[in-house]
Design a binder for this molecule. Structure first.
Ligand code: ADP
Ligand code: MG
Length: 383
């Protein structure tokens, strides 16, 4: 089984240009996508990462043809499937794609094998090739022995594997994933995540993968697009978005501590935790600093600038909450030594390359709720 056409690397798997979508809720209009453009190259797995309500599913459903955009253009494997001012709008089953959703979506009255055979039958696949192809797809997701079971007899993880087999069996041009692991428990989630990464390495499919989980995004994506309400804030390799975030929002959503600081005329960053230096130079004045918990160091000191307020033992690491003035940060240390205790005083430091500084734009993007009131914002669903 091979999902990437030979010699097709470098071509565009999915192209999205200037896509806008508004929802009507009563008399209110909700702009769910604001002129989004993004490209998925052949063989690339693009992860859309962002808090609940930012528009991830809307974008995915538009690519799938389940939603009609207001304007813009979508291509799949070079073919226009939506565009020309809405005159072209290929229905979902004509778009040559496979989809895996969060909710287990197998047909309950069909066995695993019949579920996987369905896309092939619909395409009029030759009967004599049907069984070997279906079995190969089931084997690929290690569900061969479960072929004759009904979905009700399978665990959640097994159902998602079968759904994966059903999505890839017809060798579609593009695979779309909408939070496929969100309903699974932590261990299974990790295991299936590794398997999807393995499948991507072997089959080199082009895909778009939606998640609100930063660890999932960084480990699965060949590119990661970090979204905020209705738009993409940054797109790059996992390393680029993690190590060179373009804004405090991106750093924060990827798990960084963010706090206020002041940059003086010599470029020193004055923070509640003491003076830090940064490789990034920004104009003097109020600033925001972002530092990942794993990149902060703490040193016990009698006259330290900060105080330990919480100690959480994590097995191989210890996570501390550390406070100075009204700023609080998380610090993750990997240490075999006796952990520090609540109330201990410490000095806080970081390497200059790990101190990410941003001009203070006056609006704290890291606490602004995204989506509807009562919906979880990035803080609670993110890191
Ligand atoms: P995500 O997948 O990132 O959680 P969605 O794409 O589902 O976000 O939603 C984006 C925004 O559009 C949210 O504000 C959501 O409430 C709104 N929305 C989504 N679907 C509908 C709909 N069918 N009708 C009205 N508003 C919707
Ligand atoms: Mg969604």
């Amino acid at each position: 089984m091979r999902l990437a056409a030979p010699g097709s690397s470098g071509t565009i798997g999915v192209g999205v240009e200037n896509l806008s979508i508004t929802y009507q809720r009563g008399r209110k209009e909700i702009l769910a996508l604001d002129r989004i453009s993004v490209e998925v190259r052949q063989g690339e797995l693009l992860v859309l990462l962002g808090p609940s309500g930012c528009g991830k599913s809307t974008l995915l459903n538009a690519v799938a043809g389940l939603l009609k955009p207001d304007e813009g253009r979508i291509t799949i494997a070079g073919r226009e499937v939506f565009g020309s001012k809405g005159l072209i709008n290929v229905p979902p089953n004509g778009r040559n794609l496979g989809m895996i959703f969060q909710a287990y979506s197998l047909w309950p009255h069909m066995t695993a094998r019949e579920n996987v055979a369905f896309p092939l039958k619909r395409r009029g696949f030759a009967q004599r090739d049907l069984l070997p192809t279906v079995n190969a797809a089931l084997d690929l997701v290690r569900c061969g022995p479960l072929a004759d079971q009904y979905p009700g007899q399978l665990s959640g993880g097994q159902q998602q594997r079968v759904a994966l087999a059903r999505a890839i069996v017809a060798e579609p041009a593009v695979l779309l994933f909408d939070e496929p692991l969100s309903n699974l428990d932590a261990n299974l989630r990790r295991q299936l995540r590794d398997e999807i990464a393995g499948l991507h390495n072997r089959l080199e499919f082009s895909g778009i993968y939606v998640t609100h989980d930063q660890a999932e995004a960084l480990s699965l994506g060949t590119s990661v697009a970090v979204m905020t309400t209705a738009r993409i804030e940054q797109i790059g390799t996992p390393q680029e978005v993690h190590n060179s975030p373009v804004s405090e929002y991106v750093a924060w959503f990827l798990g960084a501590n963010v706090f206020d600081a002041t940059v003086d005329s010599r470029g020193t960053v004055d923070t509640p935790f003491g003076a830090l230096s940064s490789e990034k130079t920004i104009a003097k004045g109020p600033a925001r600093v972002a530092i990942y918990p794993e990149r902060l160091r703490i040193e016990p000191a009698k006259a330290g600038t900060a105080t330990i307020t919480l100690v959480q033992y994590k097995g191989t690491a210890v996570e501390y909450s550390v406070q100075a003035g009204n700023a609080s940060v998380n610090v993750v240390t990997i240490t075999s030594e006796e952990p520090l205790a609540i109330g201990d005083r410490v000095n806080v430091s970081a390497l200059s390359r790990d101190v990410l500084v941003f001009a203070d734009r006056g609006n704290d993007t890291t606490t602004a709720a995204v989506g509807e009131p009562g919906q979880t914002n990035g803080r609670s669903v993110g890191p």
